[in-house]
Design a protein around this ligand. Structure first.
Ligand code: SPV
Ligand code: MG
Length: 434
């Protein structure tokens, strides 16, 4: 019997590097490819463009591959234990990446049945990161961008969304990166078009005074220079008849999800709470708005997320939960629960109680007030999407005001320079300006 060889792959962008690994693997015996499922890719923060079945079709037709099986976790453990291969073959690049913990685990597992790890020198002439970056530069189609949010929610423990109010803030969401202590590259998954910050950056109050056409102009400008998905804040959604048009326009533009809040009349920002007069919609009317919105959308991908204002308006936990179940029944694709308390207790209680009865509905939170909770902690209690809803604009304004005042006071800009990005830096910030 031939020896058993195991190779783990995502195979979204199949390139010569993969072929080299598979070719080498086939010299040792029959190659089984453990193809990472969407959920496993989510653990690695590497969401493929192609679905599992499409990737499988490509890999199983490669000459060096005997069989393709799903690998449902980033860890190889389950597949290795059931297959007990004689060899695992991998590129040697994982020694120095955040994948080292999987490498260590593979070595330990293989010892149990005398298997061996074979590491193929990594093909440094092919950079997957570079290929992906080049693809990003080309842009993304409307439907691929739109569908990405559902994929991310399915694949990742928690989806991280950051506010945008213009193309430049869109580029920050697109490009911002931090490397964690475990060497994992941390990025944002998508953008939030906030009614508060879009209105504020246009010098208008957050009362639905900036109309959908103007809001969509901002969205289009952002979409011109980015590829990540967007969740759009549509306030109350307006009149039901108007909301139908908003859904169509957002879908046509490639927005992934709209959030509408269950308030009626002149909308004021939720963070005022009961300091200003705000009226909650009836359950019946809001359910009808959800139903009508769902009935006019064309794609399967677009999401309508219902936002519950009961905690903001102090209508109580029971009211919030009753509404959640009613909105889900009406067809909502997700529930956003809002609170303006610093203490996250009521949010945690709501999420826990909703999760007890419903394990699948995506839950969205906007932790502007309860900002001590981390995204990982939200994931643990069952939250799917965390939106940092206003921080880019709130960061920009004080910086600009400080510099404006410094120029006034000093009657020159010399003193303000340390607070400004360098001229060289701004000239090179946007590619293609030279
Ligand atoms: C927004 O960002 O406009 C929101 C969230 O709707 S909040 O401001 O907290 O109401
Ligand atoms: Mg808003």
């Amino acid at each position: 019997m031939n020896k058993k060889v195991y190779v783990s792959l995502i195979a979204d962008l199949l390139h010569a590097g993969h072929i080299r690994v598979l070719k080498e693997a086939s010299k040792y015996g029959d190659v089984t490819v453990g193809l990472l499922t969407l959920e496993a890719c989510g653990e690695l923060n590497d969401i493929p463009y192609l679905d599992y079945e499409k990737r499988k079709e490509v890999v199983e037709n490669l000459a060096f591959v005997k069989e393709v099986i799903p690998q449902a976790t980033a860890s190889y453990k389950d597949n290795l234990e059931s297959l007990q291969p004689d060899y695992v073959v991998h590129g040697d690049d994982w020694k120095s990446s955040y994948k080292t913990k999987y490498r260590t685990e593979v070595i330990e597992l293989l010892k149990q049945w005398g298997g061996e790890l074979v590491e193929v020198p990594y093909s440094s002439d092919i950079s997957e990161v570079e290929v992906k970056e080049n693809m990003q530069k080309l842009g993304i189609t409307t439907s691929a961008r739109m569908g990405r949010l559902r994929k991310l929610i399915q694949a990742k423990p928690v989806v991280k969304i950051l506010e945008v109010h213009n193309a430049l803030s869109g580029l920050i969401v697109e490009n911002a990166q931090e490397v964690s202590n475990e060497n994992e590259v941390l990025t944002f998954d998508g953008m939030w078009s906030s009614s508060l910050t879009d209105s504020t950056s246009k010098g208008k109050p957050d009362i639905e005074a900036v109309d959908t056409t103007a809001r969509l102009t901002t969205v289009n400008e952002i979409f011109e220079v980015t590829t990540k998905p967007m969740i759009y804040d549509a306030d109350t959604g307006g009149k039901i008849e108007h909301f139908e048009f908003t859904v169509r326009s957002l879908e046509r533009t490639g927005v992934s999800a709209v959030i509408i809040e269950d308030k009626t009349g002149l909308k004021k920002n939720s963070l005022f709470g009961n300091d200003v007069k705000q009226t909650q919609d009836t359950i019946e009317n809001f359910c009808e708005k959800i139903r009508r919105g769902k009935s006019v959308q064309i794609t399967k991908d677009f999401m309508i997320i219902a936002r519950i204002e009961s905690l903001i308006l102090e209508a109580g936990m029971d009211d919030a939960l009753t509404r959640a179940f009613a909105y889900i029944k009406a067809g909502a694709d997700g529930i956003m629960i809002h609170s303006r308390k610093k203490d996250p207790a009521e949010i945690i209680e709501f999420v826990t109680k909703l999760r007890e009865k419903n394990s699948y509905i995506p839950i969205v939170v906007v932790p502007t007030s309860f900002n001590s909770v981390t995204t990982d902690e939200f994931a643990e209690i069952g939250v799917n999407v965390v939106i940092y809803a206003n921080h880019m604009l709130r960061a920009a304004y004080p910086g600009m005001m400080k510099v404006a005042k410094s120029i006034l006071k000093n009657k020159r800009s010399l003193e303000a320079e340390p607070d400004c990005m360098g001229i060289k830096e701004i000239l090179n910030l946007i590619p293609g300006t030279k």
